[in-house]
Design a protein around this ligand. Structure first.
Ligand code: FES
Ligand SMILES: [Fe+2]
Length: 430
C-alpha cells in the first residue's frame, strides 16, 4: 500500500507521441465519422496507426494495472510488466516500499531484467554488469571512466500507486490523479484482503483480437445467455433492465445491500454501470443459494480477507484501460488486458485465495478455476470471431443496444475522448 518513494534518479523526459500530424489528421477524420451509439469502424480494430495511437494516447498516459502486491511480498521481490515498447520493473525495496522503474539500463540501454519475475539484492545489467540498488541507485563509480556521477544515472522511475493490494503504474511524465479512484477503490477492496492473498494460479492468453474488442465484450452481458451457461446461473446481469425481472432483482438487491451494510461492507454502487469515467467499484447480489462464482455456487476456498460470512455477493472492480476483477467471499479473479498488436491482445487471468489457504488442503484448482476459466475462454472465442468479422469488407458498424449495451457506448465514449485529448495536443503542435 506504500506508494514508491522518490529514488535517486533523474526523471526520463516525456516521449513524443507516436502520432505525426499526418496520422493525427487521418485519425481525427476517423473519429469525426464515428456515430454515437455505434460500433467502431474496421480501422480502429486493425490499423497499425490506430494501434500506435492507442499505445501513445491511452496506454502511455493512463494508470495501468501491473500486478498484485502479493506477487512481491518480500524485500527484493520483483516482476516485470511489458506494454508495447515499454518494460516496467515493479520491486519491493529493502524498506518495504513498492517502486517501479523503466527496465532500461542507463549505460547503453539494455533491458536489465530479462525474465518475468524474481528476487534480487540488486539489479545487474546483463550487458556490462552495471548494478542498481533496489531503490534504483547505480552502485558503481562512473565519474572517472564515463565522466558522469553515478547519482545522475539511477534507473528512471515510473509512477506507482497501490490500492487494496493492486499495483498500478503510469508511464506518463505527469500522470493523471489517482486520488478519486483510490478513494472509491480502497474501502471497496479492503474486505477482499488481496494484499495478503495467495495466487492460486495464473493463466496467460494471447487473443487474436484488438484490445477494444475484448473490452466491448466485457462491458455487456447481452451475449451471456448464448455464451456463458455457468455465469448466468450465478448472476443477475442478463436480466437487468428487463421489466418482468425488475421487481425481483430490486427486492433481492435491497435485501442484500442492507445485510452488507450491517456487516460493515462498503457498497459504493449496486449496479453494473461504471461509477466514474474510467473506474468503478460495486457489489452485486448473487442468485439465492449462490455464495461464490463457482460451478455449483458453493464455496471453493476459505473465506478471504475480512469477510465475516459467505453472504457478500460479488465485488466488481474495473479500471480502464486494462483491468477488471470479480471477488467472491472465498476467491477473486483478476484480468489484465495488454495490447500486443493491432489485432492481438495478451490477457492474464489470475485466481487469488486467502493467504493462509493451502492447495489440496483448503482448495482444489479443479473446483476453484472452471467458473472463470470457462467464462473467460468463452469470451476469447467470441472476441476472435468478432475480430474476423470486422476485418471483412462486408462489415459495417452496427447499432448498440440502448440499455444492454450502454456500457459499451460508455467505454467507446471514454476511449474516443482519450484519443481526442491527445490529438488536440498533436494538432496544436503541428
Ligand atoms: S548497457 Fe547495461 S551495463 Fe552496459
Ligand atoms: Fe462474456
Amino acid at each position: 500500500m506504500t506508494p514508491g518513494a522518490a529514488p535517486h534518479t533523474l526523471p526520463v523526459p516525456p516521449r513524443e507521441s507516436p502520432m505525426t500530424s499526418t496520422s493525427a489528421a487521418s485519425l481525427s477524420s476517423l473519429i469525426g465519422r464515428q456515430r454515437a451509439g455505434y460500433a467502431l469502424e474496421t480501422a480502429f480494430y486493425a490499423d497499425p496507426a490506430v494501434y500506435a495511437a492507442d499505445l501513445g494516447a491511452v496506454f502511455a498516459r493512463r494508470w495501468l494495472f501491473a500486478g498484485h502486491e502479493c506477487e512481491v511480498p518480500r524485500a527484493g521481490d520483483w516482476f516485470v510488466y511489458d506494454v508495447g515498447d515499454e518494460s516496467v520493473i515493479v520491486v519491493r525495496g529493502a524498506d518495504r516500499a513498492l517502486r517501479a522503474f523503466h527496465n532500461v539500463c542507463r549505460h547503453r540501454g539494455s533491458r536489465i531484467c530479462t525474465s518475468a519475475s524474481g528476487r534480487a539484492k540488486a539489479f545487474v545489467c546483463p550487458y556490462h554488469a552495471w548494478a542498481y540498488d533496489l531503490d534504483g541507485r547505480l552502485l558503481r563509480d562512473t565519474a572517472a571512466e564515463h565522466g558522469v556521477a553515478a547519482e545522475a544515472l539511477g534507473l528512471a522511475p515510473v509512477a506507482l500507486r497501490a490500492v487494496g493490494g493492486l499495483i498500478f503504474v503510469s508511464l506518463a511524465s505527469e500522470p493523471p490523479s489517482f486520488d478519486a479512484a483510490k478513494a472509491m477503490l480502497a474501502p471497496a477492496l479492503k474486505p477482499q484482503g488481496l494484499a495478503r492473498a495467495r495466487i492460486a494460479r495464473t493463466v496467460d492468453y494471447r487473443i487474436a483480437a484488438n484490445w477494444k474488442v475484448v473490452w466491448e465484450n466485457n462491458r455487456e452481458c447481452f451475449h451471456c445467455p448464448t455464451t456463458h451457461p455457468e455465469y448466468i446461473r450465478a448472476n443477475y446481469d442478463i436480466q437487468l433492465g428487463e421489466p418482468r425481472h425488475e421487481a425481483e432483482i430490486a427486492a433481492r438487491t435491497r435485501e442484500c445491500a442492507e445485510q452488507w451494510r450491517a456487516k460493515g461492507l462498503e457498497v459504493p454502487s449496486l449496479t453494473s454501470d461504471m461509477t466514474a469515467a474510467w473506474y468503478r467499484a460495486n457489489r452485486t447480489p448473487l442468485r439465492p443459494g449462490w455464495v461464490s462464482e463457482s460451478l455449483d455456487g458453493a464455496m471453493v476456498a476459505p473465506l478471504m480477507g475480512h469477510y465475516p460470512d459467505p453472504e457478500v455477493g460479488t465485488l466488481r472492480v474495473t479500471v480502464f484501460p486494462n483491468f477488471w476483477l470479480h471477488g467472491s467471499c472465498d476467491h477473486a479473479v483478476s484480468t489484465r488486458v495488454t495490447p500486443a498488436g493491432p489485432r492481438t491482445t495478451d490477457v492474464r487471468v489470475t485466481w487469488l485465495v486467502a493467504g493462509h489457504a493451502q492447495e489440496g488442503r483448503d482448495y482444489d484448482l479443479a473446483k476453484l478455476m472452471p467458473f472463470w476459466q470457462r467464462t473467460s475462454e468463452q469470451d476469447w472465442t467470441i472476441c476472435e470471431n468478432v475480430q474476423k468479422g470486422v476485418m471483412s469488407s462486408g462489415y459495417r458498424p452496427g447499432p448498440l443496444g440502448r440499455f444492454k449495451e450502454r456500457n459499451v457506448a460508455q467505454f467507446l465514449d471514454w476511449y474516443l475522448g482519450e484519443l481526442r485529448q491527445t490529438l488536440g495536443g498533436v494538432i496544436a503542435r503541428a
